[in-house]
Design a protein around this ligand. Structure first.
Ligand code: TYD
Ligand code: MG
Length: 415
């Protein structure tokens, strides 16, 4: 028998001749949202917005919806989580009660699609994807099968109609986008809203972006009338700082491309049990344990019989390695009662050998620290020159850093 060849239904095209059609992003008018998204919504794109319950997803999406409606866009808000009256009251409070925003409380997928036909929105917000259900699929709303089926259908509708779509998804406490996690590959953009519920700060991070930069960050403060963009975080994390207290060190951190200057604090006290406490807020406890071990072995501090507390001030989570050096200095300062000085910042990764290593974007970090009035920086040996007015202390090891900053020796006063 002759081998048969099948004529392809579509022709392959040379890569160089592919036409790019990605439209420019449309700003929503909410500055920090647009910044995080790389300018706004790419028309027809699908975004998954994840975050813990109560973190501010509905507030943010309502503000974004109002922003789009003010710019002549039609918006359809779908969701069974809150009643229409509740949404209206909230919109009034947020100053987000504008023409062009439509509400539907239905949770049935076919009805949602029918509303899409009727309203013909430019932007569809589904809050949340866990409340919608597809009658053709078994399982309760929020189950993986339902979330997946509903999202697939809505993404299909978005593509077919060119409707920009936001799917809101609740993330479970352990940090995984439990239900919504399964959606990450079907959407174009994944953004996550995080923060500490006891603090006003909210961070909007872009984890995946098919049409724009990732690593962008939007900053907001949750206030009485909604999410207020924080365009200059400058002293946000330094407010109410106790001047010159032992146990404090300042880190010029980077969140994506954005410098954030954050205070790290430590307190050490005599342990009251045989198992000394190691307590950390906003700092990875494993990183703290490692640094304490390095301080013991490479610097010779005795921490074994002490409770150690550390916090990153302001409800921010610091995960970057550059925090090692200031954290170790804060603990040392808390132990010896000698102060680092309120004009000093420190940044560097600490290795198990006690060596201090380079981290990225040191120049940018130092510029921001200098802008905020800091005049001294403790850095890895390979660190850059500081900006004018900034003295740089370069160190090879943590022991050198402790020495150079004068943290060892007798306390200046009781810590
Ligand atoms: P919400 O947007 O409902 O969170 P999510 O949709 O992520 O579950 O916001 C929840 C909390 O935010 C609520 O407990 C009260 C607070 N909040 C404010 O502080 N200011 C406001 O203007 C609004 C609307 C809410
Ligand atoms: Mg909500």
């Amino acid at each position: 028998m002759e081998p048969t060849t099948v004529a392809p239904e579509t022709e392959a095209v040379p890569l160089t001749e592919v036409v790019t059609t990605t439209a420019a992003p449309v700003p929503t008018g909410l500055s920090e949202f647009d910044r995080a998204m790389g300018g706004g919504f790419v028309p027809g794109s699908v975004t998954l917005l994840g975050g813990e319950p109560g973190i501010g997803k509905s507030t943010l999406t309502l503000q974004v919806a109002a922003g789009m409606a003010r710019r002549e866009g039609r918006v359809l808000l779908v969701g069974a989580e809150e009643s229409a009256a509740q949404v209206r009251l909230r919109a009034e409070r947020l100053g987000a009660l504008v023409d062009g925003v439509w509400l539907a409380g239905d949770a049935d997928l076919d009805t949602v699609v029918a509303h899409l036909d009727r309203v013909g929105p430019d932007l569809l917000v589904v809050d949340s994807i866990q409340t919608v259900h597809d009658p053709a699929v078994t399982g309760v709303p929020g189950s993986t099968a339902q979330v997946r089926a509903c999202a697939h259908r809505l993404v299909g509708e978005a593509r077919r109609r060119g409707t920009t779509t936001v799917l809101v998804g609740h993330v479970t406490k352990d940090g995984s986008l439990a239900g919504p996690k399964v959606l990450e590959h079907v959407v174009d953009t994944v953004v996550e809203l995080t923060g500490d519920r006891h603090h006003a700060l909210r961070l909007l991070r872009v984890a995946k972006h098919r049409f724009g930069p990732t690593d962008e960050l939007g900053l907001f403060e949750m206030v009485a009338d909604g999410m207020r963009p924080v365009e200059d975080p400058g002293r946000l994390f330094l407010a109410d700082r106790a001047p010159d207290v032992a146990g404090s060190a300042v880190l010029p951190a980077m969140e994506g491309h954005r410098p954030l200057v954050v205070e790290l604090q430590s307190l050490v006290v005599r342990a009251t049990t045989h198992h000394p406490r190691r307590s950390s807020q906003g700092v990875d406890p494993r990183r703290l344990a490692l640094l304490l071990a390095v301080l013991e072995r490479r610097v010779g501090l005795e921490l074994g019989a002490l409770d150690v507390y550390v916090t990153a001030v302001g409800g921010v989570q610091i995960t970057e390695p550059g925090a090692d050096l200031p954290l170790a200095l804060a603990v040392t300062s808390a132990l010896t009662g000698r102060r680092l000085g309120s004009e000093t910042v420190a940044c560097g990764e600490v290795g198990l050998g006690g060596e201090v290593r380079q981290v990225a974007h040191l120049e940018r970090r130092l510029q921001e620290a200098r802008r905020l009035g800091f005049t001294r920086a403790v850095l890895p040996e390979s660190g850059p020159e500081g900006p004018p007015g900034m003295e740089v202390i370069r160190v090879r090891t943590l022991a050198e850093a402790v020495e150079a900053t004068g943290l060892l020796g007798t306390p200046e006063r009781a810590a």
